[in-house]
Design a protein around this ligand. Structure first.
Ligand SMILES: C[S@@+](CC[C@H](N)C(=O)[O-])C[C@H]1O[C@@H](n2cnc3c(N)ncnc32)[C@H](O)[C@@H]1O
Length: 283
């Protein structure tokens, strides 16, 4: 037996020695998962006794985090996004805080309305599930080229009570031609292929390549998304895109060529333009 506060101290020291910046919160999340208690409860009651089995599990996770740099979300199989819990595994990208900024802006814009929504490259389903959580009368379609990712998205929609309002389709955007939408959202893969090797070890070793690789200039899928959106958005429909750092100029040109008018630009916490909301105007 060992007390929780001691375990957190030991675990976080090991992570720190292995140069993991988020060593404290990582350790707390790992112990929370092993003990089945929320992080808050764990912190409020630092003298909880952990059993031998719990300690063994915990040590194992700490070693995987420290030595292999496995992301915490994959180790505990979940990630919080838009104050909801999402299941994650190596088949889906771990939802990122930048994507919450996109959700926030879209929710604000459509508040009180009920847009019919398409989410292209839904991954864990975090975007469409969060949007439908807020826009209670909306429905949508979520597509992904990865059938494994789609299974996780379906599971997440059940957990978060939006399953009945989402149709899931396993397809590439290139082959998808159904319906007309009021809103299309997408956080497509946008890393240039030659830059994949420069990503953090935890990302390049564990996150799915299909979710990261945007082709030679990083814009392959973004181009497909914009081109298809022009065909399947209603006139005056809205396209909300997350883009990579430094891609704004090029994406802006592609949007213009496809008759989109930029409405809002959203900056991330480091003040880079990371999301573009643009409206389609055929006339
Ligand atoms: C960056 S991840 C985004 C996942 C999730 N929407 C999020 O924001 O966390 C991109 C997703 O697009 C999917 N994808 C890649 N190419 C695609 C294509 N041509 N058509 C549809 N989905 C695609 C990948 O499988 C992956 O799940």
């Amino acid at each position: 037996m060992m007390k929780s506060n001691l375990l957190i101290k030991k675990g976080s020291n090991i992570l720190k020695k292995n140069r993991i910046k988020s060593h404290i919160i990582d350790t707390e999340l790992l112990l929370s998962s092993v003990s089945g208690r929320s992080r808050e409860k764990l912190l409020l009651n630092s003298n909880l006794e952990m059993s031998q089995t719990q300690i063994r599990f915990f040590n194992n996770l700490i070693i995987r985090r420290a030595l292999k740099k496995e992301p915490v979300a994959y180790l505990i199989k979940k990630k919080e996004f838009w104050s909801m819990n999402f299941n994650v595994c190596k088949d889906v990208l771990i939802p990122r805080p930048e994507t919450e900024i996109l959700v926030e802006k879209v929710v604000k814009y459509f508040k009180g309305r009920k847009p019919f929504i398409l989410d292209i490259g839904t991954g864990s389903g975090c975007i469409i599930i969060s949007l439908l959580q807020e826009l209670k009368n909306s429905k949508g379609v979520a597509i992904d080229i990865s059938s494994k990712a789609l299974k996780i998205a379906i599971k997440n929609s059940r957990i978060n009570n939006t399953f009945k309002r989402i149709k899931f389709v396993n397809t590439s955007i290139t082959n998808f031609n159904r319906y007309k939408f009021d809103l299309i959202v997408s956080n497509p893969p946008y890393i240039a292929r030659h830059q994949l090797k420069n990503l953090d070890v935890g990302i390049k070793k564990f996150e799915p390549k299909l979710a990261l690789d945007g082709g030679n200039d990083g814009l392959d899928v973004l181009r497909k998304v914009i081109y298809k959106s022009r065909k399947i958005l209603k006139n005056n429909g809205m396209l909300a895109l997350e883009i990579g750092n430094g891609q704004y100029k090029k994406v802006s040109q592609i949007l213009k060529l496809n008759k989109f008018k930029e409405k809002f630009l959203i900056h991330d916490y480091k003040d880079n333009i990371r999301c573009i909301l643009s409206a389609l105007n055929h006339y």
